[in-house]
Design a protein around this ligand. Structure first.
Ligand code: NAG
Length: 425
């Protein structure tokens, strides 16, 4: 015990010396001097067992420095090794790119920042693609017009020529009644330009373009429908989200309040119930195959290319280009079929599919006339719901049915829909 006291006294002296000489030395060392009993515990480092001298703390620092130096050497070696691996991988990548066109597509994936996958059930793929950088130079006149009309960079767009003048009137009157400000008629002839101006309807006529104008003036229903894919491109390039609308549509609420905006294309469906609109497993039966007679197929009723919301993204513009290109090269094709094929078919040998995200609109909010006349008007609950729009796409007597829809949903005439057959006769 006496020895202990003696050493205790020595340590106080050592502390004073250390305080005088080693101000600014690591705080941890100073603490060691403050608790001298610690130096006699079994865990104490060998160096501390010697007489407490200022030197001892210096030795300890030196030891730490040495340890850090060796740690540093180790990390440098590891770093060099990793750099070597990166070099090797880059070389492999370059070789792959040179030998193979597909490697360029791969590189997009390789160069995007890798992420760890989160826990089970939390991972979500990219579905909302980034918008393109607006390019006003593609059409300064349209850019100026849209900057005045659009709301939140969104606009309803309809193409019209004189053949659809009466329906156009019901169309824009329903839009005005709801109070939707952001809509635009793309006039395909001068009669429609004048008609819109008379009625205070925002109108745009494209600069003359022989190919387009010929179809626009004289084209039938399907030919005009094909035109829109060319015309829409500029709207997207200018950075606008477009709700493309045929004119055989009655607006009952503002559709912009009912969009999800999470997909490149958000479209109304030609489906007439949940299954047909949202997709189902349709089992095909081939009895001669015996045990394997049932073949499962994925089915969905087509999207209606007369009413869809399209975001200004690269996949959206690629879709428009693909459809327009095919409609030109295959003159007898139907734009709605082409539109759906491009959206639906996956890549396969000799073909690269379109990587666009898509969403089917609610069939009771964005209602086609089959849903209305076959189901909704006969269902006590469904007939109380007010759709956002009704598209008279399934019936050739469009004009009287459009007016009946207005009577029923806007003017509250309960029997306005009753006179019409489910289908056409
Ligand atoms: C149809 O789908 C909607 C939305 O998912 C759902 O609320 C409704 O119950 C479904 N109706 C039927 C008859 O399955």
């Amino acid at each position: 015990m006496a020895g202990r006291r003696e050493k205790y006294g020595q340590s106080i002296r050592g502390y004073r010396i250390a305080g005088a000489i080693a101000i600014g030395v690591l705080l941890g060392c100073v603490f060691a001097f403050l608790y001298p009993s610690g130096f006699f515990s079994p865990q104490t480092r060998p160096l501390s067992k010697s007489n407490l001298q200022v030197d001892s703390s210096n030795c300890e620092s030196t030891e730490k420095v040495n340890m850090m130096k060796s740690e540093n050497r180790r990390l440098s070696e590891k770093n060099a090794e990793l750099q070597k691996q990166v070099r090797e991988l880059n070389q492999k990548l370059q070789v792959a790119e040179q030998g193979n066109g597909r490697a360029q597509e791969q590189q997009l994936v390789v160069s995007s920042q890798p992420q760890k996958a989160g826990p089970f059930g939390t991972v979500k793929s990219l579905r909302t693609n980034p918008p393109v950088l607006p390019d006003e130079s593609v059409n300064p006149r349209l850019a100026k017009l849209l900057s005045e009309i659009a709301v939140n960079k969104e606009v309803i767009v309809a193409l019209a020529n004189s053949n659809v003048k009466s329906m156009l009137e019901v169309w824009f009157n329903s839009i005005k009644k709801v109070g939707i400000p952001n809509y635009l008629v793309v006039a395909l002839d001068d009669t429609i330009v004048d008609f819109c101006k008379e009625n205070d309807v925002p109108v745009y006529k494209r600069d003359p373009d022989e190919n387009v104008d010929f179809i626009g003036k004289s084209g039938g229903n399907h030919a005009v429908s094909g035109l829109k894919f060319r015309i829409l491109r500029e709207f997207l390039q200018l950075g606008y989200g477009v709700l493309l609308s045929d004119v055989d549509i009655v607006y009952l609420q503002n559709p912009f309040d009912h969009l999800y905006r999470d997909s490149d294309v958000e479209s109304m469906s030609d489906g007439h119930n949940n299954m047909t609109a949202y997709g189902y497993n349709d089992v095909f039966d081939e009895p001669s195959m015996g045990w394997a007679r049932y073949a499962h197929t994925m089915r969905i009723w087509v999207y209606n290319s007369g009413f869809f919301y399209i975001r200004p993204t690269i996949p959206s513009i690629e879709l428009l280009d693909r459809v327009a290109d095919r409609l030109t090269k295959q003159p007898n094709s139907w734009d709605q079929a082409v539109f759906n094929e491009e959206l639906a078919f996956p890549s396969h040998p000799g073909y690269i599919g379109l990587y666009a995200s898509r969403r089917t609109m609610d069939i009771y909010q964005f209602m086609n006339s089959k849903v209305l006349f076959k189901t909704v008007r006969k269902d006590a609950n469904l007939k109380k719901l007010k759709p956002v729009i009704v598209h008279v796409n399934y019936h050739p007597d469009k004009f009287p049915r459009m007016k009946a829809v207005v009577e029923y949903y806007v003017n509250g005439k309960q029997d306005a829909l009753d006179a019409f057959p489910d289908g056409s006769v």
